[in-house]
Ligand binder design. Sequence first.
Ligand code: 5AD
Ligand code: SF4
Length: 474
Amino acid sequence: MSETIDLAEPDETASAAVESTHAPRKVFIKTYGCQMNVYDSTRMEDALAADGYVPAASMEDADLILLNTCHIREKAAEKVYSELGRIRALKDDRRTTGRPVTLGVTGCVAQAEGEEIIVRAPVVDLVVGPQTYHRLPQIVARARRGEAIVDTEYAPEDKFDHLPHARATRIRSRGVTAFLTVQEGCDKFCTFCVVPYTRGSEVSRTAATIIDEAKRLVDAGVREITLLGQNVNAWHGEGVDGRQWGLGELLFALAELPGLDRLRYTTSHPIDMDDRLIAAHRDLDRLMPYLHLPVQSGSDRILKAMNRSHTAADYLRVVERVRQARPDIAMSGDFIVGFPGESERDFADTLEIVRTVGYAGAFSFKYSPRPGTPGATMDDQVPGDVAGERLARLQALLNDQQHRFNEACVGKTFDVLLEKPGRRPGQIIGRSPWLQSVIISTQDHDIGDLVEAKITAAGPNSLSATLTGRNTSA
Ligand code: 5AD
Ligand code: SF4
């Protein structure tokens, strides 16, 4: 079993149950941060399952505990260190029972801090960066023999070629939606961001391996796939027709897969929204009309200091083109307030761009200086209380927009993918095309059905609906 703590993006939980082998060891993975970490945790579970590990129901029940960490903002790393402090007591207790626990830190904090983690928290047995997860079974075996291991190298081989595929039963246990990483790393070097340092430079997986993995997911019952990448729309590679493809082509190819009802992708950069990708939004019904397109700030001065390579007007032009192609598309974004040098006037530009675009959902953060990034040493750092007050104003506006978007859905009819049982008997929770949770009372539909529903009520975070009786699965 793995548990997800959401720090950066929408809450998604990667859970798993595995076919057991005799006397299996148990692993518990706690996942922090973005969806890419959720995906990585499932792949780590798959790699360890091939070595006989099964998921533990809790940390207390595990022989191996892995914290799959996020480094995007300060709080994230601090949470990891306090969790390590708590696990120390557990580990000490277990030493006396003859069933010792092995403790590992993986993910972006592992990559950024490396050996420092073991110096600061000697309770940790292994530190593994995101590029070497395929070596995890060997690393864990060595750590169990008492060796402290730090592996944060960029492996020359492609980890995805070496990670085992999950069996259909494991995929099924994870539900009808799945993530699929198509691209990792980033070459954009926004001055606030650690990703180019922790995940390295941009690497795309091949179209053939992505389509193959998508087919496996669909064969095992997955109905919706979200393609992942730190810079997902920079994805490029040789297509199955031998030509050079971009993300648009890849989406056109994936939309052909029978049984795959829905496609999404995240996270995009405005400068990589090319014509073919916009055409995919125009032509593919299966590509959901929801686009997460971070702008970070509405001020050209700050965008320049952030090295975003676009202006506010460039961003608005992209939004306009996407909306022309797909009029019902809803926008979501990421925002940072309090970047060094941000004046009240710059912040007013951010509020302005939010008002102009109108977001259905968004993530907004107070700037957090990340060691090693250019932003951390810039003059004119904004005091925390000033940034906090701006963040509150921005979030009030974004919440209001999200609420209004939800309210506008009342009375409308659209497809809902049924994802999981609701809290009350007879209730199922589904997902709208615009990523809203939809609560439906129904006895006669199954998880995985794509059904037409009429929205009857809207709350800040979910919708309620009744069924119209149509099943619209592909
Ligand atoms: N401080 C605050 N927010 C950040 N993000 C990335 N780096 C930082 C930072 N140093 C936010 C950006 C990005 C999202 C994933 O996290 O908005 O799009
Ligand atoms: Fe970070 Fe910018 Fe790359 Fe996004 S585009 S991962 S914000 S450097």
